[in-house]
Design a protein around this ligand. Structure first.
Ligand SMILES: [Zn+2]
Length: 319
C-alpha cells in the first residue's frame, strides 16, 4: 500500500491512492486499519508492506533498504527458508551496517511460511472483512466538525440518501427556514409550516413540533415502547436512543431502520406541506412510514420479514 501511494497515478488509481492522504487529514492512518496474515509470503512486499511490527521495514531500516538490489521483492524472496536470502547491491558490512543486519535478522527470525495466499484483514471488524461503512463509523467517531454529532448507524437496510439526511440533520445541516435565514437566504417565514408557532429548525421539524411528537408517539406505541417520549429533545437524542435501545440486537437494528425512516418521512411530509400545500394527516403519514420501512427491510435485507398484516401489528412480530 505504501508502495502504491508513492507512485504517480491518474484517474481512478489516483483517487484510490489519495484516500491515504484524505484519511490522514482526519487522523486515520490507513496502515493501522489493516493487518496481514502471512502464509506463503508470495504476495506481500518485503520492504513496503506493514507485515511485521507496526511499520514497514523500509522505514525501520532505510540504510539497508538503500542497499537492497530488488526493492519490490516479496517476503518469500527473502525469508522463510533455512537461511535468509539477502541480495544486497553492496555488502552492508562495508557501510558499517552489521548491527542493523543483525536487528533485521532478529526481526524475521521467527517467520514461518506456509501454503496459500497472504491475507489482508481489516482490524476494525471482527470477521476481518473491510467495508466502507465501518470506516465511515470510525470517521464519525473521530471527526471533530460537530463534536456533539452522534454515531450514525450505516445500515444496509436503509437507503444511502436517508442515512445522509439523518447524518446532516443530526448536525443541524438540513435547509430549514432558520438555517437558510442564517445563511443570508431570504425566506417568506421562519416559522414551522405545521404548527406556525415556533421557529423552524431541524430539531423542531423532526422532533419537537407537535406533529412530529404525535407521529413519534404512535411509532413508539407500535413498537411497544413506553416512558421515554419526553426524554428525547433533539435529533441526536433520538439517534443515540435508537442505537442503544433494547437488549436484542436484531430488534435494535430494525428499530434503527424505523427511526431513520420516521426522520426521513417527517422531512418529506414537511416538504410536501411547504412546497405542495399538502395537508396534515397523522394516520396517512404513519402508514407511509410503516409501508416504507416494511419494503426497505423486505427488499434490502438478507432475511425474510413477516407479512404486511403482522408488520402493521408489530414491527418485531417475526423476531
Ligand atoms: Zn411545528
Amino acid at each position: 500500500m505504501e508502495y502504491l501511494s508513492s507512485l504517480k497515478y491518474v484517474g481512478v488509481w489516483n483517487n484510490i491512492s489519495s484516500t491515504k492522504k484524505s484519511l490522514g487529514k482526519l487522523g486515520i492512518e490507513i496502515h493501522d486499519l489493516f493487518g496481514i496474515n502471512i502464509q506463503s509470503g508470495n504476495n506481500t512486499l518485503f520492504w513496503y508492506d506493514h507485515w511485521i511490527g507496526g511499520n514497514s521495514l523500509k522505514s525501520k531500516y532505510p540504510n539497508l533498504f538503500e542497499l537492497e538490489s530488488q526493492k519490490r521483492c516479496m517476503v518469500v524472496d527473502r525469508v522463510g527458508g533455512m537461511n535468509h536470502n539477502w541480495k544486497w547491491k553492496v555488502r552492508p558490512a562495508t557501510r558499517g551496517l552489521d548491527s542493523e543486519v543483525d536487528d533485521l535478522n532478529r526481526d524475521v527470525s521467527n517467520v514461518q511460511l506456509n501454503f496459500g495466499m497472504d491475507q489482508w484483514r481489516c482490524k476494525l471488524s471482527s470477521d476481518g472483512i473491510f467495508s466502507v461503512a465501518i470506516v465511515r463509523q470510525l470517521v464519525d467517531k473521530l471527526h471533530t466538525v460537530c463534536p456533539v454529532a452522534p454515531v450514525i448507524t450505516w445500515s444496509k437496510l436503509v437507503p444511502i440518501k436517508v442515512i445522509s439526511l439523518v447524518w446532516r440533520a443530526a448536525q443541524l445541516r438540513i435547509p430549514t427556514a432558520t438555517t437558510l435565514e442564517r445563511r443570508g437566504i431570504s425566506v417568506s417565514s421562519t416559522l414551522c409550516c405545521s404548527c406556525i408557532g415556533c421557529p423552524e429548525c431541524a430539531d423542531h421539524v423532526l422532533i419537537n413540533c407537535p406533529f412530529a411528537h404525535m407521529i413519534r408517539s404512535y411509532i413508539w406505541s407500535w413498537c411497544g415502547i413506553t416512558n421515554v417520549h419526553d426524554s428525547i429533545k433533539t435529533i441526536s437524542d433520538l439517534i443515540h436512543f435508537a442505537s442503544n435501545w433494547g437488549g436484542n440486537i436484531k430488534k435494535r437494528q430494525r428499530f434503527i431502520v424505523i427511526c431513520y425512516g420516521m426522520l426521513w418521512n417527517l422531512w418529506r411530509f414537511r416538504n410536501k406541506r411547504l412546497f405542495h400545500a399538502e395537508g396534515i394527516s397523522v394516520y396517512r403519514d404513519l402508514e407511509s412510514i410503516k409501508v416504507m420501512t416494511f419494503y426497505w427491510i423486505k427488499h434490502r435485507g438478507d432475511r425474510g420479514i413477516c407479512s404486511w398484516e403482522d408488520w402493521a401489528t408489530s414491527p418485531f412480530y417475526d423476531l
